[in-house]
Design a protein around this ligand. Structure first.
Ligand SMILES: C[S@@+](CC[C@H](N)C(=O)[O-])C[C@H]1O[C@@H](n2cnc3c(N)ncnc32)[C@H](O)[C@@H]1O
Length: 250
């Protein structure tokens, strides 16, 4: 299924002003830590969704954030939240990043983020976007992205609070969409998708796009504090790699 259909179908369930989805605990806080001091920085948020991460970066002093998303429903949510909070330096556009450019190489930015975007496209589309990221980043600018952990579908049963169901083998299924679901702590859940890639896919695509320095890579997981907070919700995920964060410098 196309990402636009998935997200237009349940954009309201993504709207949030505080952590509620599993990945608001297991991934986004670490993304924000990796972003570090963003005071005065210009940022592109690729696959911004309803703008949760961008609003957090705005709270931390970012100067301007441009968000792009293929789902008009998600962009409408982002615009509504930014308007309600009076955040005029957050701007949004509906755009299919597999086909359209983004940013302006004549006005390069400090930071580009893509939080769970690449799991909605094949490796070739990801590589085109990585090339563009290099063009729109300032020298020394940073690029941070997260994806579902490529092994998770193979080591975690299709049960709550998060799963991706494999549709073929680990090595032979690159570019095959795996259906998945992620839960919120209030019991609601949303459909997600992982167009499968291996670690080799990511490293080769980064290298082909000219990111030739060693990236900083983290396998993200829940912590003992998460389990203590809500044992029923987080407990089944103990000791599993859920997502991967990559942090690079141009
Ligand atoms: C899992 S959501 C994450 C949203 C946001 N980054 C966050 O962390 O809350 C993935 C987002 O990627 C968007 N997306 C998927 N494919 C896209 C594409 N080709 N172009 C632009 N956005 C896309 C979806 O519409 C969705 O909003």
């Amino acid at each position: 299924m196309e990402a636009k259909e998935i997200y237009d179908g349940h954009a309201d369930l993504w709207v949030r002003s505080e952590p509620i989805l599993l990945s608001d605990y297991s991934a986004r806080p670490r993304v924000l830590e990796l972003c570090g001091d963003v005071q005065g920085q210009t940022i592109l948020d690729l696959g911004c969704g309803e703008g949760y991460v961008g609003r957090e970066l705005a709270k931390r002093g970012a100067a301007a954030i441009s968000g792009y998303d293929v789902s008009a429903g998600m962009i409408a949510g982002a615009q509504k939240s930014a308007l309600a909070l009076g955040l005029k330096h957050l701007t949004y556009a509906v755009s299919d990043l597999r086909k359209a450019g983004f940013g302006d190489p004549s006005q390069p930015v400090d930071l580009v983020i893509a939080v769970f975007l690449f799991n909605y496209m094949d490796a070739a589309a990801m590589e085109r976007i990585l090339n563009r990221v290099r063009q729109v980043l300032k020298p020394g600018g940073r690029f941070i992205f997260t994806v579902p952990h490529p092994l998770l579908p193979y080591i975690k049963p299709a049960e709550k609070p998060f799963y991706m169901r494999p549709e073929g083998g680990y090595l032979s299924s690159v570019d095959v969409p795996f259906p998945g679901r992620i839960w919120r702590r209030d019991g609601e859940s949303v459909e997600v998708q992982a167009v499968h890639k291996t670690f080799t896919t990511y490293f080769n695509a980064l290298n082909a796009a000219g990111f030739t320095r060693m990236p900083h890579v983290e396998e993200l997981h829940i912590t003992a504090d998460h389990v203590a907070l809500d044992p029923d919700f987080f407990g089944p995920l103990a000791d599993l790699p859920l997502h991967v964060a990559f942090s690079l410098k141009s």
